[in-house]
Design a protein around this ligand. Structure first.
Ligand code: 2U9
Length: 356
């Protein structure tokens, strides 16, 4: 009996997992286990033998059963410790940051520009990006033979076979929006038209799709003096300077007369643009008094009404303000590029959401 005791207590002590322990339980104290077999032999013994062997066997059975349950508890503790070590979680670690989107610089600048003109009483007008050649050219005093039409590198839409009407175009400027708005609302009018425009051109400062904002103010006695004030206020607000010096250079556009290209005094010292300092001049927009024929084409009587118009490239003024050298990067690049120019994720003021 001592052999049996030593054997099982040794095996139980050496067991390293619960299945092994269960096998030992069956072998030792199970219904057909060694101790049960020994108990069955009690019947064949003499009463005297039975009196000592019976309690001894019961005691052995109890001792092995308690060794089994103690070992089982110990193995469960080890398993739990191991699991806790493996599943340990450091709740003091910083959280994993999520990828965030950003507002595109062009959208941001469009909103900045819109807010500045809104402060001066200009409403925003919108219109189709595909328009007829009447709205894009003729109404703006650019007839079919006019060199400006050829110069604009226009994208033409297809007409169905046998349809000989002139094709629609991808608008080459936002000017058709102002024609449509004048037709609809008549004068007086004070609007800006920001939006996408298209020209077949591609290099460091041109992409086939780019963005313009054009302005139009029509009233009984609007003059170039009003134009000058509006543009000065715009440049000061946009470039965040207290003073600005503008230079109006005589120019020619079919839709304005007289016409002027507008430069701002600046310096490029150290490769960065400083507005209203230095001796350089930087062209930022075109402008003029709306041609009487254009007013007439939009149903506004040029004997009663007059006004100014201007146009500028949003992409261009965004490049200037944020020091971006290649326009193509606006449309071909990813978030890392945008961050490089300081466009933080979704933390910019927006017109729609208010200041954040
Ligand atoms: C109407 C009448 C007149 C809009 C104008 C310019 C001058 C101009 C360029 C700036 C850079 C185009 O993006 S750019 O290449 N624009 O120089 N635009 S006056 O004149 C209008 C518009 C609409 C009804």
């Amino acid at each position: 009996m001592d052999d049996l005791r030593d054997k099982y207590l040794g095996l139980i002590a050496g067991a390293t997992d619960e299945p092994t322990l269960e096998d030992l339980r069956v072998q030792a104290v199970g219904k057909k286990g060694e101790i049960s077999l020994k108990m069955r032999e009690l019947g064949k013994m003499t009463p005297e033998e039975r009196q000592t062997a019976g309690p001894a066997l019961n005691a052995l059975k109890a001792e092995i059963a308690s060794a089994l349950s103690a070992k089982k508890a110990a193995l469960e503790d080890v398993a739990l410790d191991e699991r806790l070590r493996g599943e340990w979680l450091d709740v003091t670690l910083p959280g994993r940051s999520r990828r965030q989107g950003t507002i595109h610089p062009i959208s941001q600048v469009t909103e900045e520009v819109t807010a500045i003109f809104a402060d001066m009483g200009f409403a925003v007008a919108e219109g189709p990006q595909i328009d007829s050649d009447w709205y894009n050219f003729d109404a703006l005093n650019i007839p079919g033979h006019h060199p400006a039409r050829a110069e604009m590198d226009t994208f033409y839409m297809h007409r169905a076979e046998g349809d000989n009407r002139p094709p629609h175009v991808l608008r080459t400027h936002t000017s058709p929006v102002q024609i449509r708005t004048m037709e609809k609302t008549g004068a007086p009018i004070r609007i800006i038209a920001p939006g996408r425009v298209y020209r077949a051109d591609y290099d460091q400062t041109h992409t086939p799709m780019f963005h313009q904002v054009e302005g139009l103010a029509i009233d009984r006695d609007i003059s170039m003096a009003n134009l000058k004030w509006v543009l000065e206020e715009f440049v000061k607000a946009y470039f965040e300077v207290d003073d600005v010096e503008l230079r109006f250079r005589a120019s020619h556009f079919p839709f304005t007369e007289p016409s002027a290209e507008v430069d701002i005094r600046c310096s490029w010292e150290g490769g960065t643009l400083k507005v209203s300092e230095g001796d350089d001049w930087l062209e930022i927009l075109g402008s003029g008094m709306v041609h009487p024929k254009v007013l007439e084409n939009a149903g506004v009587n040029p004997n009663d009404w007059q006004g100014f118009a201007f146009g500028m490239g949003i992409d261009r003024i965004a490049m200037l303000k944020y020091g971006i050298p290649d326009l193509r990067a606006f449309f071909d690049s990813d978030l890392r590029w945008l961050r490089n120019y300081g466009f933080a994720a979704l933390d910019v003021p927006t017109l729609h959401g208010g200041l954040s």
